[in-house]
Design a protein around this ligand. Structure first.
Ligand SMILES: *Cc1c(COP(=O)(O)O)cnc(C)c1O
Length: 371
């Protein structure tokens, strides 16, 4: 019997999305770094991306890139979380590219590359106001770029990049993209040659591309969410991008099993303290309603607002660590114990589910083939 709860990866749909995304970018003169971190680093997702025309495989976790390489991915690997000093030796073995924002790390990375007999490619990050990683002072970016170019013989300065919409919620506007290009051009002036790469951000940076206002020189985007979530991708959900509607929003879905079905009151009975998460909760009295109890909980997916039940008429009433309560009073379909309920997923839920050992993972379809 199939194990549940189960996370289902549909490779036909994942590849459909990747082909569409890579196609859009390619029309705009942009190469895609396929970011696999939301899948927990499925090697099959990396093989799919390679088959669909991505130029790099990228992740924030070294182990995930090592697995992809092990699985036979041939395109270069890119580490997109600024690396720890403690992982540089491993990183130069696994990755050909990385994002960088510290002078100290670049110097240590140079030594690690020389020790390994390799030339490692770096993209220096400019912080344009989102306030996570990156050089904030443009002069510091230029000075470190010059130093990397002239002194660090184990490194190749491949380009300049930025990240937006992560910590600071800053939108990747045309103005931010132009600012990035100005940073890159200031570096080029000092090093006296063109940079190969200007890396304009993540899935959210497809917005200026859709609007046709992406500066020509931005030639790389690092894309994960759009390919795996389609229109469930957060930035698209918030900014309502219609372009994304043609992507599958059910390439990764969750199946949970019903363990109890009963009609119960909707307001708890007794003196109320706190819930399973130690929080004072508010309960709306909707009278008696039919509910299905599911064998999955917050310990598996985080916040139940990141799950979208596919059973028509149902909605999630709440959850504890290992249980989820689904209101099914208004459903035409009658559920019984042992039935399965499907969910579409938002980003954070997938991120939790892929790392829950309580959740089985199933892959549908062939991996890494172009139809
Ligand atoms: C996660 C991440 C990405 C990819 O973001 P998506 O929203 O999944 O496309 C790109 N760049 C960096 C630095 C990241 O951390």
């Amino acid at each position: 019997m199939k194990k549940r709860p189960a996370l289902i990866f549909d490779h036909e749909k994942i590849r459909d999305n990747m082909r569409t995304v890579v196609g859009w970018c390619s029309e705009a003169g942009i190469d895609v770094a396929g970011v696999i971190k939301v899948t927990g680093g499925l090697a099959s997702a990396a093989l799919d991306y390679e088959a669909c025309g991505a130029k790099w495989i990228a992740s924030s976790r070294l182990e995930q890139l090592a697995r992809a390489k092990e699985a036979g991915v041939k395109i270069p690997m890119m580490m997109i979380r600024v690396p720890m000093l403690s992982e540089l030796d491993e990183m130069v073995k696994v990755c050909e590219y990385s994002l960088q924002s510290e002078y100290t790390t670049l110097r240590a990375l140079d030594e690690a590359a020389i020790r390994a007999g390799k030339i490692h490619n770096v993209i220096l990050m400019a912080d344009l106001g989102d306030l996570r990683e990156g050089f904030f002072d443009p002069q510091e970016l230029i000075d470190v770029a010059k130093y990397t170019e002239e002194v660090l013989t184990g490194l190749h300065l491949a380009g300049v990049g930025t990240n937006l919409g992560c910590y600071g919620s800053v939108m990747p506007t045309e103005e931010k993209m132009r600012h990035l290009v100005r940073c890159a051009e200031a570096v080029e002036k000092v090093i006296g040659r063109p940079l190969e790469i200007i890396s304009g951000g993540a899935s959210s940076s497809m917005m200026p591309m859709f609007d046709g206002v992406m500066p020509e020189r931005v030639n790389m985007l690092r894309i994960g969410a759009a390919s795996f979530l389609g229109s469930n991708e957060e930035t698209c959900r918030i900014y309502g991008r219609k372009e994304m509607d043609i992507l599958h929003d059910d390439a990764i879905t969750l199946e949970a099993e019903v363990i109890e079905v009963r009609t119960k009151p909707t307001h708890p009975i007794g003196k109320l303290g706190v819930n399973a998460f130690g929080k004072k909760a508010v309960y709306k009295d909707r009278g008696d309603r039919r509910r299905a109890l599911l064998a999955i909980g917050g310990a598996d997916f985080g916040d139940y607002n990141d799950l979208l039940p596919q059973l028509e008429g149902s909605f999630i009433l709440g959850c504890s660590g290992d249980h989820t309560i689904l209101d099914i009073e208004d459903c035409k379909e009658k559920l019984k114990v042992g039935d399965v309920v499907r969910f579409k997923l938002y980003y954070t839920a997938i991120l939790h589910l892929v790392s829950s050992e309580n959740v089985a993972k199933y892959e549908l379809g062939e991996i890494g083939v172009l139809l």
